[in-house]
Ligand binder design. Structure first.
Ligand code: ZN
Length: 80
């Protein structure tokens, strides 16, 4: 079985059983929230990108996305 190399490993892609870690730059805190967003210039409308946020970064990450009109939903991180 040949190993496949991914050309663009996504940052912070969680494997099953991994702790969910905040997506904020430099933050290693466990994530409590999943911020689901979409950039209409880059993504089809049904597409969702997800940023994970610890309680301390939920507001700043959410503000960053909503300022740009990208934020779609915020859900508990463990809800998928
Ligand atoms: Zn954080």
């Amino acid at each position: 079985m040949a190993a496949r190399r991914f050309p663009y490993p996504p940052p912070r892609l969680a494997a099953v059983g991994d702790p969910l870690i905040c997506s904020a730059k430099g933050c290693r805190a466990p994530a409590a929230w999943a911020l689901r967003w979409n950039n209409p210039k880059l993504h089809p409308p049904e597409r969702r990108k997800v940023w994970l946020a610890c309680p301390g970064h939920r507001e700043s990450l959410g503000a960053f996305l909503s300022t740009r009109g990208f934020l779609r939903e915020v859900a508990p991180a463990d809800a998928g």
